[in-house]
Design a protein around this ligand. Sequence first.
Ligand code: CP3
Length: 348
Amino acid sequence: MQVPPGQKRLIRTLNGQEVDRPPFWLMRQAGRYLPEYRAIRKEVPDFLTLCYSPDLAVEVTLQPIRRYGMDAAILFSDILVVPDALGVKVAFQQGEGPVLEPIRTVEALDRLSLSGFHDHLTPVYRTLSRLRQDLPQETALIGFAGAPWTLAAYVVEGSGSKDFAVARTLARTDEPLFQRLIDLLTDAIITFLDRQVQAGAEVLQLFDSWAGVLPEDQLERWCIRPVVRIITELRQRHPDVPVIHFPRGAGLSLPKVAAAVNAQAIGLDTSIPIAEAVRILPKDLCLQGNLDPVSLVAGGPAMLAQLAQLREVTRGRPWVFNLGHGVLQQTDPGEVQRLADELRTGSP
Ligand code: CP3
């Protein structure tokens, strides 16, 4: 028997309803820190093949749930499947992160299109519908996408970067071109997330991982505006599906971002002191975060003390436990166990 989504701990919390304890899940909870992930990863020639193989993607999504019983599973995929499906060549090279064919001219942008987009992403939708059947009944299923700015940053830069200076320069020197790219990505993300919900996603997270490199005017234009359009459109189509927005690095702009985008929850990165977030954000807005992933690597009593502080400060308001960024590869699975045990059974 399926538990109605509205009774799951994560969804209740996102809707501001009472729960017995705060829900928890971890960004990058499936991944290379798990030996069973590395075993499957060895079987495929490259990372994107894993993302586009429903049997394997379902299996790696379930691996952390079996071990730790998180309150939510996040679809195993990557934010870069969206540019890939639009026709940008994307490759993941061992140990080097993503490499993309850079899009910096009208001619290059003209070659991208939404025709064939859903065909390309059919394996992702299939993964979601299988997960919805295979997950434990109390576990919520999270779908996700990268936000337009973060995707545009990778697409223009052609790789990861510490400051995305090439992408930020294009945004200022050729605004019309950059706007067209953002608009295309925004349209793609809306239809992608819509299909994810149709396939079984019960909650959506928007990863704006590089929001923090933009100054205020650019943040408004390239992060806030397109995300408002995405959330408004999705809420019309799926009023019951909560959205978590993760504007990593937004710092002092968090209240402005949160007020504008109006998501059910805001994801907090490691750099924002949780007490400060509690103070500056509306008290009915659900917060998600923000244990330092390095604290989880270090583990032990110091990590549990950090957790106790997070609990103390967030008491009495809707809060989803998460890290401030993804689980690091060098994390000991035993420390994740320690954390999960404490979250499930420790005093709320
Ligand atoms: O959270 C989860 O467990 C779900 C799966 C997931 C992955 N990536 C798996 C992954 C999610 C939600 C993402 C999101 C993602 N991908 C983001 C946003 C979150 C963030 O970290 O800021 C970004 C920026 C990417 C782009 C990306 N994908 C990079 C920069 C890299 C290389 C870095 C690295 O760790 O190697 C990836 C690869 C990637 N995505 C891996 C995994 C498990 C490792 C690939 C491998 O197994 O070889």
